[in-house]
Design a binder for this molecule. Structure first.
Ligand SMILES: N[C@@H](CCC(=O)N[C@@H](CS)C(=O)NCC(=O)O)C(=O)O
Length: 338
């Protein structure tokens, strides 16, 4: 190539690279992310129409908790569905949603335009604000302590719950969700996941989705680090369920606090529903009569139908079928490792 042409091509390439960098930096500045304080934020006011607004996703575990809780209390709310990468694309890192939650996660509950962050805080906030709050809150102090402990045990804590499945049943759920994620993300183009690698606050999550996408479901399930996470989460979840069994035996059931269905059962309902979606029930629920009866009772509540079943996402329904088929073909664990 003549030198002049070389120089021209080099100049154009440099210009394009600088332009791309400038566009990236501008976009990043428009998508400011940060951690957020937990609970009710009196100092933040967001546009709203109704008294209650819920930003949520059909598949998200914590979103289910809020839908179930609001349904139990009979609270009407404006529903704003936010897509996550597993259900389609990264709407949770869009400029608009980051104004609602710079932490880029769902659910977010607004009360009169003020956000409440963290789903376990949202549950408690709703119970403390609605007229019929006592419906899901035990009056007896000891039962109330039991409920509070289980709201905590069913919470998803921290940005990296997968690394501490022993901490809570909520934290044991994401590791057991990996196979569902890997199946769902097969339908998502790589470029959409790459957006998360560039702009997500918690880059590790986006990188993990990219790896699952590039590996495919079967290969993902054979990767040693993934197998280790799933096994560790399964062992931890089995221990949490042992504890639940003791709590139900102690209370006499049908619910964690005895006769009264409480916020603790809301938290547990969505975890057991996640086990159903991931085809884990035979290993973790069906072999334990007390837990099995509890799961049957949970499914009979109208709030389960409204908050969970009616939001069934087609990608999740397909994933459950795919995982059951893998298990049948012995490509999936048939026992909880010890
Ligand atoms: N501790 C938070 C967890 C929030 C969270 O991680 N939500 C997930 C869905 S359950 C999410 O928004 N994931 C989207 C992402 O990380 O891109 C809570 O309880 O609200």
């Amino acid at each position: 190539m003549p030198t002049d042409l070389n120089t021209l091509v080099g100049g154009v390439a440099l210009f394009i690279a600088l332009l791309a960098l400038a566009l990236f930096l501008r976009e990043r500045a428009l998508r400011q992310t940060s951690e957020v304080p937990h609970g009710f934020q009196a100092q933040i006011s967001l546009p709203h129409q109704a008294q209650w607004t819920l930003y949520h996703n059909p598949f998200s575990l914590c979103s289910k908790k809020l839908r179930v809780c609001l349904t139990e209390y009979g609270v009407d709310y404006d529903s704003v569905v936010i897509e996550l990468i597993e259900t389609g694309y990264y709407q949770n890192i869009s400029r608009e949603f980051l104004k609602v939650n710079p932490a880029a996660t769902v659910p977010v509950l607004l009360h009169e335009g003020h956000p409440i962050y963290e789903s376990h805080e949202q549950l408690r906030y709703v119970a403390s604000m609605v007229k019929n709050g006592d419906l899901l809150l035990p009056r007896d102090a000891q039962a109330r302590q039991v409920m509070d402990a289980w709201v905590e045990k069913t919470s998803l804590l921290g940005d990296d719950p997968i690394s501490s499945p022993e901490a809570t049943a909520g934290n044991a759920a994401p590791g057991l969700t990996i196979p569902i994620f890997a199946s769902m993300v097969a339908n998502t183009p790589v470029r959409k996941i790459a957006e998360g690698v560039l702009f997500h606050r918690i880059k590790k999550r986006a990188i993990f989705f990219l790896l699952m996408k590039l590996s495919g479901l079967r290969k993902t399930l054979k990767l040693k680090p993934v197998v280790d996470i799933i096994n560790r989460s399964a062992i931890a979840m089995a221990a949490h369920i042992d504890e639940l069994e003791s709590a139900l035996e102690h209370s006499g059931g049908p619910w964690i606090c005895g006769d009264q269905f409480t916020l603790a059962d809301v938290g547990m309902m969505v975890i057991l529903d996640r086990l159903r979606e991931g085809d884990w029930l035979d290993l973790l629920v069906q072999r334990r009569p007390v837990i099995f009866d509890y799961w049957i009772a949970l499914q009979q509540r109208p709030s389960y139908q409204i908050g969970c079943v009616s939001f069934a996402h087609p990608r999740v329904t397909d994933a459950t079928v795919e995982l059951a088929a893998l298990k049948k073909a012995s490509l999936w664990p048939s026992n909880i490792p010890s």
